[in-house]
Write a protein that binds this ligand. Structure first.
Ligand code: ATP
Ligand code: MG
Length: 542
């Protein structure tokens, strides 16, 4: 896409060169029955980039032909997520806006002897379809007259039949090797309130009939969709041809994108939300765009990841490492570097003056002075990571604090531990240390080498914070039921401190907590600052 070629662009370029089209129009057609996930990002990016590369445009069209599962909440969320990715649809349409025209085109099919009302039961229809090796059996209603079919179809619309009593079917070929052409259903009866049309309709078009008409009505030139629709293309072409649509769109399929250990089915994600397994569609563990956003993913990183997977005609699976690498690349440029202590251990500097506070000026990003700087306080009582201290240095590889050892505190002084305080269970609850005034960062002091450099926050200015860590939401293997694979231990909470300068951070502000990883600011939790780990600093994938 962007500056790269792919098989879709090749087709589009040929259509422009031959004069078949002078303007390229695509659409993204989600069903508003759930939130968008990262798989949809591939479709969105493909649809928008394929048109914009040639000065064309893209519509957002809600494929709302199934009233039972659709809702306005999803309608709003979908547009919001598309905009967040950085795309603006030229038009926002609903398939339901075309119900009247679809009905009229079905009447035309009946008049041409190409559609009939079938009163067979669903079981009979499915049984008589045959299979790959056996041709289907024509329904006993297949040869109803045009007049009878018209009469019955109008009665279907008027609510004269119950759900499941009859359907309108295309009359194509019961022996076709393509099962989709064995007289597929075009309309079924559903008594349910539709989010847009209310109770106006009780017959609803099937996807395979509605979708090509929606494309043709909007003048879509290239209808890009995922691979599972390949076998439906002959039916797609049949519908636009036989309904005599003036503009004929071309369907082109591309491979679906999956991500390792990530389940993207909307039906499953919805079940997790409805069963309360997650906190909502935007739970930071969800592969939804809203979940990834809350976790701290940037739209740029998602785009970069999708483009790096390449667009192919076959389905593909990407590793989480690729997604995380795109994210780290992007965050490394943008995230402010600050200090947070996630598992605090108190350090008291026995030779530092009681009540004294010094401030050090520290840039927010070592390579990006334009991001500015802030004041870091230093004083007698500090917090360091509990992991950064052991009583006895275990070996020479250990580059942190231990009794008798000296470390540098980032941007501040060297400190040397000389004693510890234990609680009644024998846990270290405080380290006593001294600092060396001569070692102040920036002073050029180089007479001794410290045993490593660690981060800290000054205790009296430290701001309490919650830190959320996420593991994989789905574990186990494919043989297990999906709900049983939900990882109940996938959200861990820790309580610690962040530096003083972060007192007034806003939701969505992103940070690299030095030595700890990348974090995104979430809504405060019980009045406390609240951060989601986006991704650790280094990949854990080998
Ligand atoms: P799901 O199967 O996850 O519930 P869906 O395909 O039913 O998704 P739609 O609302 O119909 O959801 O999707 C809108 C468009 O997004 C479709 O054209 C579909 O082909 C595309 N799409 C959905 N998932 C993926 C994916 N993983 N990779 C590429 N395209 C996808
Ligand atoms: Mg779909």
């Amino acid at each position: 896409m962007e500056n790269t070629s792919n098989f879709i662009k090749t087709i589009i370029e040929a259509d422009l060169a031959s004069g078949k089209h002078s303007e390229i129009i695509t659409r993204f057609p989600p069903e508003p029955n759930g939130f968008l996930h990262i798989g949809h990002a591939r479709a969105i990016i493909t649809d928008f980039e394929s048109a914009s590369a040639y000065g064309g445009y893209t519509n957002l069209r809600y494929d709302d032909t199934n009233p039972e599962k659709e809702d306005d909440i999803y309608v709003k969320a979908i547009l919001n997520d598309i905009r967040w990715l950085g795309y603006e649809p030229k038009n926002v349409y609903f398939a339901s806006d075309y119900f009247e025209e679809m009905f009229e085109r079905a009447v035309l099919l009946i008049k041409k002897g190409l559609a009939y009302v079938d009163h067979s039961t669903a079981e009979e229809i499915s049984r008589d379809r045959g299979n790959i090796n056996t041709p289907g059996k024509p329904s006993k209603y297949r040869n109803r007259s045009v007049e009878e079919n018209l009469e019955l179809f109008y009665q279907m619309r008027a609510g004269k039949f119950n759900e499941g009593e009859c359907v309108l079917r295309a009359k194509i070929d019961m022996a076709s090797p393509n099962m989709n052409l064995r007289d597929p259903a075009l309309y079924r009866i559903i008594y349910a309130e539709h989010h847009n049309t209310g109770n106006k309709w009780c017959i609803y078009p099937m996807y395979d009939y509605a979708h090509p008409l929606e494309d043709a009505i909007e003048g879509i030139t290239h209808s890009l969709c995922s691979l599972e629709f390949e076998d439906h293309r002959p039916l797609y072409d049949w519908v636009v041809r036989e309904t005599e649509m003036p503009k004929i769109p071309r369907q082109i399929e591309f491979g679906r994108l999956s991500i390792e250990n990530t389940v993207m089915s909307k039906r499953f994600l919805r079940e997790l939300v409805e069963k309360g397994k997650v906190t909502g569609w935007d739970d930071p563990r969800m592969p939804t765009l809203s979940g990834l956003r809350r976790r701290g993913y940037t739209p740029e990183s998602i785009k970069k990841f999708i483009l790096s997977t390449g667009l192919s005609k076959v389905n593909s699976t990407a590793g989480n490492d690729m997604l995380e690498a795109a994210l780290r690349d992007d965050l490394a440029e943008k995230a402010f570097r600050t200090m947070a202590v996630i598992n605090p251990l108190k350090v008291t500097l026995t030779n530092y003056e009681e009540g004294k506070i010094e401030f050090f000026d520290v840039p927010f990003h070592p390579e990006k002075p334009e991001l500015g700087s802030r004041q870091i306080p230093f004083g007698k009582t500090l917090y360091i990571e509990a992991d950064d201290f052991v009583v006895t240095k275990p070996n020479n590889k250990y580059k942190r604090l231990a009794l008798g050892e000296e470390v540098r505190l980032f941007y501040s002084y060297f400190i040397k531990a000389h004693d510890v305080v234990y609680d009644k269970d024998g846990q270290v609850i405080e380290v006593l240390a001294t600092y060396d005034e001569l070692t102040r960062s920036g002073s050029g002091f180089n007479e001794r080498k410290p045993n490593g450099t660690i981060h800290y926050v000054e205790a009296t200015h430290a701001v309490p914070a919650q830190f959320n860590f996420f593991g994989p939401m789905i574990i186990g293997d494919d043989s297990m039921d999906l709900l049983d694979r939900f990882n109940d231990d996938s959200w861990t909470i820790k309580h610690g401190f962040v530096e003083h300068s972060m007192k007034h951070v806003k939701v969505q502000d992103k940070f690299q907590f030095i030595r700890n990883g990348y974090f995104n600011t979430d809504e405060p939790k019980e009045g406390k600052l609240n951060f989601n780990e986006i991704v650790p600093l280094k990949s854990s994938y080998k």
